[in-house]
Ligand binder design. Structure first.
Ligand code: GCV
Length: 722
């Protein structure tokens, strides 16, 4: 009896111990690539039957990645070991490869399908041949096979039927690139998720596992390039010591199809080349860049090229020598062209000394240069004309450069949307810009068509996203920040995907398949960006955030060294009204848009309300669409923003038990912070604007918790990301 009892306790102890070992704390490191066993028995049955064995013929570094990923992922998702083989006797198998690497694929007659998908595309098909049933991942290149493998895994991770596959897929833009604003000392400008991933000190010898997982995650969403360094650039990265480190990263990323790019500081010939000038037309400067580029390619034969911020916010550039942006870009393009490299020249330029509305300056500068850039130059344009505000109308340059490939620059990191603490799902914001109609070639000339090259037949196309990734264990600080990295990659590959589909995929892969959870969390995500707009900058307000660190409200910011870095420059509130008049009676920035848009946006009655105060200065008693006065509407929008955060809190709280307790708690705490932030924005902005409007906050709305003086006295120290 005693023996049986102790045997049973031993059993219990062993069971508990093994449970403890297997239920490790969920830290978010695995992103959307969790690969835990799928919950649906029916799907498991189907997948186990058709994918139990994987046949990958041929070998290359990329095919090795394919084999490893399929083995790990299928093993996890199917909950059983999966064999990777070159030959199989099984009746149903998964086969992956190119006609060149695999005799089996070659024999399946997929040429016609493959012709349509180009270098990076792939087909996923179910095929019967020789008495066998194949699930096929076929592509023209090994990289296409990798992308196809990730597509198939996504279908499994979201539990789709794969019994009759007929997928043909290829990216809509060529260059899908993350921009890291990472400094060599590992701080990250506008980064809220810890320090830089790049451990320069330990490179090139030490290859952190993170680099590989970073590459896997990026490849899984189709990202094929990474700019490693900050656009506020340091020329040191172009010296041999650093190039050896860059080479180590490039070698690590290569099998995943990710090319490495660097930011080029325009004054590098002086700083590290000991020349007296960086004038782009000077023969010594031209020779210096050519030699530098040759040197880089000796380290990194597939180096992608340069991203450049010039003559903007203190960065040096061609204008220091009375040369144009085209002269500067072409200097680098000429050096890179023989090697196949590109230049991404940023259009984010504005000058405090130019007495023109900041919103107009990039267009004024670049429009006359259309058609003067070399063939391997893309001009990289932010989604809006100011600076990644929670909402901006699309940048007027998108309708104005038919002869110059324009590359989109989105900001994934939430510099102006609550940084690392606020939940804001950005796909709806990205989509809003992409769907905007420029009318460049008549109705239907969307920004998406400009970017994918179909409107103007660009030979180069691209989309960049300023990264939100750091060395925080979960990569993005806020667990929902991962969704923005994911959404950027998915949209860069295919801008026609909807925000809803992307959210749904991401939730299932990252959190849970529970239908109630998926529906509620998707709903919460879909409204989250609008919520942030409402409690920060409703009705077209913009650039009214805290000084320098940009966290929290600061509509009172004035009297700084640069007028265009203050808030009063943008909201222009007086006792009479509020808003920036950008119509004919004001700065006339509107004239940079097509006539159809001017007609619509130029009249407050037809201007979309979300851009009202972006384009118009209106009296406090102006009647808005709701029938309320402008002042009351502003109060309602700010209050509505806070209410929506509270609604998100409620939704999340009802999900307890449906996700692991670690991430549940993290999101819960962050939503508490977000509610406080939202209240602070509402109270500070309404109290400040009230000093001009001199009108009461409507009776029925919650009143500010503190005085304006209190909010103005807040001065948070050491906010990350500066
Ligand atoms: C990298 C804004 C940010 C800067 C950033 C700049 C840019 O001004 O606040 O931190 O600098 O945009 O995009 O170059």
């Amino acid at each position: 009896m005693i023996r049986t009892k102790s045997f049973l306790s031993l059993l219990l102890l062993t069971a508990l111990l093994s449970l403890q070992l297997t239920t490790r704390a969920e830290d978010g490191y695995r992103l959307w690539q969790r690969y835990d066993q799928l919950p649906s028995k029916n799907h498991l049955k189907q997948y186990r039957q058709s994918l139990g064995e994987v046949m990958v013929q041929g070998s290359s570094p990329t095919l090795t990645v394919v084999k490893e990923e399929l083995q790990t992922a299928l093993g996890g998702l199917l909950g059983q070991p999966v064999t990777i083989t070159e030959n199989s006797r099984k009746k149903e198998i998964l086969v992956a490869g190119t006609p060149a690497s695999s005799a089996l694929i070659k024999g399946l007659n997929l040429e016609a399908d493959l012709q349509k998908v180009g270098k990076e595309g792939y087909v996923l098909v179910s095929k019967k041949a020789g008495g066998k049933k194949y699930t096929v991942i076929a592509a023209n290149t090994d990289l296409g096979v990798l992308y196809g493998s990730f597509h198939l895994l996504r279908l499994l991770q979201t539990q789709q039927d794969i019994s009759n596959l007929q997928v043909s897929n290829s990216p809509k833009v060529q260059h899908r690139i993350l921009n890291h604003w990472d400094n060599l000392d590992r701080t990250v400008e506008r980064g809220y998720a810890g320090f830089s991933l790049w451990d320069w000190h330990k490179l090139p010898q030490y290859i952190d596992q993170r680099y590989l997982d970073y590459a896997r995650a990026n490849a899984s969403i189709g990202i094929n390039g990474t700019v490693l360094t900050n656009v506020n650039a340091n020329s040191l990265v172009l010296t041999p010591d650093y190039l050896r480190k860059v080479k180590a990263l490039a070698d690590t990323f290569r099998p995943y199809g990710i090319r490495v790019y660097l930011t080029a500081r325009f004054s590098s010939p002086i700083e590290i080349g000991k020349l007296k000038t960086a004038d782009p037309l000077n023969p010594e400067v031209i020779a210096w860049w050519k030699n530098k580029v040759d040197e880089i390619y000796r380290y990194i034969p597939d180096f992608g090229g340069f991203l450049v911020k010039a003559n903007s916010e203190g960065q040096p550039g061609p204008q220091n020598y009375n040369r144009s942006h085209a002269d500067g870009a072409n200097l680098l393009a000429q050096a890179l062209a023989p090697k196949g490299g590109i230049v991404m020249w940023r259009a984010f330029v504005y000058d405090n000394n130019v007495p023109e509305d900041r919103a107009k300056q990039a267009y004024t500068e670049f429009k006359p240069l259309d058609g003067t850039f070399k063939q391997n130059v893309m001009v990289q344009v932010k989604n809006g004309a100011i600076d990644f505000q929670p909402r901006e109308p699309f940048h007027p340059l998108f309708g104005a450069m038919p002869k110059t490939p324009l590359m989109m620059e989105f900001q994934i990191t939430q510099e102006y949307l609550g940084q690392g603490t606020n939940l804001a799902y950005l796909a709806p914001m990205f989509k809003e810009t992409l769907a905007a109609d420029t009318y460049a070639n008549g109705k239907g000339s969307t920004v998406a068509k400009v970017i994918d090259g179909s409107l103007h037949n660009y030979s180069l196309t691209g989309m960049a996203g300023v990264s939100n990734i750091g060395n925080d264990r979960n990569w993005t600080s806020h667990p929902f920040g991962q969704a923005n990295w994911y959404a950027f990659g998915r949209l860069a590959w295919d801008h026609s995907l909807t925000s809803e589909e992307i959210a749904e995929e991401w939730i299932k892969m990252t959190f849970s398949h529970d239908p109630g959870f998926v529906a509620q969390v998707k709903n919460m995500m879909m409204g989250s960006r609008e919520t942030v707009v409402n409690y920060m900058t409703p009705l077209g307000l913009h650039h009214i955030m805290g000084w320098d660190h940009h966290y929290g409200p600061g509509p009172w910011i004035k009297d700084k060294p640069r007028a265009d870095w203050t808030s009063v420059y943008y909201h222009r509130a007086t006792e009479k009204g509020i808003g920036f008049d950008r119509t004919k009676t004001g700065s006339n920035a509107l004239a940079q848009y097509a006539p159809d848009i001017q007609a619509q946006w130029g009249n407050p009655a037809t201007c979309p309300e979300e851009f009202l105060l972006w384009f118009h200065h209106l009296p406090w008693d102006y009647k808005t669409k709701s029938g309320r006065t402008l002042w009351n509407e502003l109060c309602y929008r700010y209050s509505g923003g806070v209410d929506s955060v509270r609604a998100m809190q409620k939704t999340w709280n009802t999900q307890q038990g449906k996700v692991d307790k670690e991430r549940f708690k993290q999101v819960q705490m962050l939503l508490t912070m977000q509610e406080q932030d939202a209240k602070m924005w509402r109270d500070a902005c309404l109290l400040y604007f009230q000093t001009f409007s001199k009108r009461p906050i409507p009776q029925e709305l919650e009143k500010p918790a503190n005085t304006l003086e209190y909010y103005m006295s807040l001065d948070p120290k050491f906010v990350p990301g500066i």
